[in-house]
Design a protein around this ligand. Structure first.
Ligand code: SAH
Length: 456
């Protein structure tokens, strides 16, 4: 199979590994953490985010958890993502692409495999949401360089959707050195542009809507979990929204409250067949998925969404991370990451019938199906340095061990329907005397990662 041959030739190449970071934010999560704010931590004196939020709440009343998250994470001036480089050993959490180069390499193979499965269109847009430090797309692009022969004459461009000017700068440095320039006006939809080390055009956007249409492979790793969620509690009177209020007894402290009357969100966002007692809904994630589905159906392509998540079973997953430890979500807002598990059943519903969805499958299954064991063995065979070998093995364990990231992280894909069914057989032209004997179309390639590729 073409994909397998591409991977086999790729496996002959040894590339350097990244340094080993210490811990992962998904490890130490208490599953039964109540949604109330319970930490004894005092707010930082002079915390401007807290001051802004308390004065807003005092003047207009409690705010939704979604508004709280949006203010804390992506406020254009004070937002946690806007201000910080939070990834890595010195930050607040660490992600799979930062742990092992193998992760991004296998996702690179996946992109290539989907491009092949779609019949090798002449131009491929690689689009990544929330690229962090740029490590994932950098590993993907290295695979593309090493397997450039497989691309034939197809051209590739890179498109990054990133809200953080600070992180976009780090991404630009990683991917294009000083070969990028920032747009003159703040209103430009493309706010940074350049060329990658391999000479590919690369652009930065704040929104998916600004990314050009065309055949694209979309990647989103630990992006959807950062989008704002609404929280709802089932009560005797029906569903009620959980909101953020100022604690009347401690005016510099925030607390959760259940609002007595229905809100627009509580009437609109709960599914009629909902069985849970407490639900988190991420409408922004739903809108992005709908737009992706629309693009994939119209232009061809595929999206791969990887995150910690569940299939419509979990309830209260909203949590904070600071310095690789759990952090009270309402304490010192802006000083810690806020995150909630992705509800893949909701994303599937939002995608609707426009695209074919597969997954979620566990990270362990996905990476094993992608041939992570073979890739590890190849890298080890070509590596004599004991500390690099130990890093490779440790990274593999972190990514695949069910007790670490192997089961908590899930992979989900949206594909153009033709990808699974193959193109429609050509109808005989009107007026043709004899219908041509239809040639049997080749069976579509299996979708890598979601079924075993049978690598040895
Ligand atoms: N994908 C990376 C980083 C994950 S952290 C990795 O796995 O290492 C989340 C990323 O999403 C950051 O780059 C953050 O700045 C970006 N982000 C968060 N909210 C966003 C939004 N609303 N729009 C665009 N990017 C966002």
């Amino acid at each position: 199979m073409r994909t397998i041959r591409a991977l086999q030739s790729f496996n002959r190449v040894l590339v350097c590994t990244c340094p080993q970071p210490p811990s992962v934010r998904s490890w130490s999560v208490a599953q039964d953490k109540r949604f109330s704010s319970s930490s004894a931590e005092r707010p930082i004196p002079g915390n401007s985010v807290l001051r802004h939020l308390t004065s807003k709440i005092k003047s207009t009343g409690p705010i939704s958890v979604a508004e709280y998250m949006r203010e804390v994470l992506t406020n254009p001036v004070t937002g946690y993502y806007v201000q910080n480089d939070m990834l890595g050993p010195d930050g607040d959490f660490i992600t799979s692409p930062e742990i092992s180069q193998i992760f991004g390499e296998l996702l690179g193979i996946w992109c290539l495999s989907e491009w092949m499965g779609a019949g090798k269109p002449s131009h491929l847009q690689l689009v990544e949401f929330g690229p962090g430090r740029g490590s994932l797309i950098s590993d993907v692009l290295r695979v593309f360089s090493q397997l450039s022969g497989a691309l034939g004459g197809a051209t590739v461009s890179v498109h990054l959707v990133e809200v953080s000017p600070k992180l976009s700068q780090i991404q630009a440095q990683c991917l294009s050195g000083d070969q990028s320039r920032v747009s003159a006006s703040e209103d430009e939809p493309v706010y940074r542009q350049g060329t990658t080390a391999a000479g590919l055009p690369i652009s930065w956007y704040r929104n998916l809507d600004d990314v050009p249409r065309g055949f694209s492979v979309y990647l989103a790793h630990e992006f959807f979990d950062a989008l704002p969620i609404h929280k709802f509690q089932r009560t005797e009177k029906g569903w009620r929204e959980v909101m953020v209020d100022v604690d009347p007894e401690e005016p510099d402290k925030l607390r959760f409250v259940i609002v007595p009357a229905p809100t627009l969100a509580s009437t609109q966002l709960i599914q009629s067949d909902e069985k849970r007692q407490h639900v988190e809904v991420c409408p922004e994630g739903g809108v992005i998925v709908q737009r992706l589905a629309n693009r994939i159906a119209g232009d061809g392509g595929a999206a791969l969404i990887a995150d910690y998540g569940h299939d419509g079973t979990k309830t209260d997953t909203f949590r904070g991370f600071k310095g690789h430890k759990l952090h009270d979500v309402l304490a010192s807002p802006g000083s810690a990451d806020l995150t909630a598990d992705v509800d893949f059943s909701y994303l599937r519903k939002m995608a609707g019938a426009m695209v074919a969805c597969m997954g979620p499958v566990s990270q362990r299954s996905f990476l094993k199906n992608m041939g992570i064991d073979t890739r590890l063995q190849v890298l080890l065979r070509n590596c004599a340095d004991p500390s690099t070998r130990a890093q490779l093995i440790h990274g593999y364990d972190m990514l695949t061990n069910p007790a670490k990231m192997g089961e908590r992280f899930q992979f989900f894909t949206m594909l153009n329907h033709i990808r699974l069914t193959g193109p429609e057989p050509k109808q005989p032209e009107l007026g043709a005397k004899m219908a041509p004997v239809p040639r049997k179309a080749p069976a579509p390639l299996p979708v890598a990662g979601f079924s075993e590729l049978g690598l040895s």
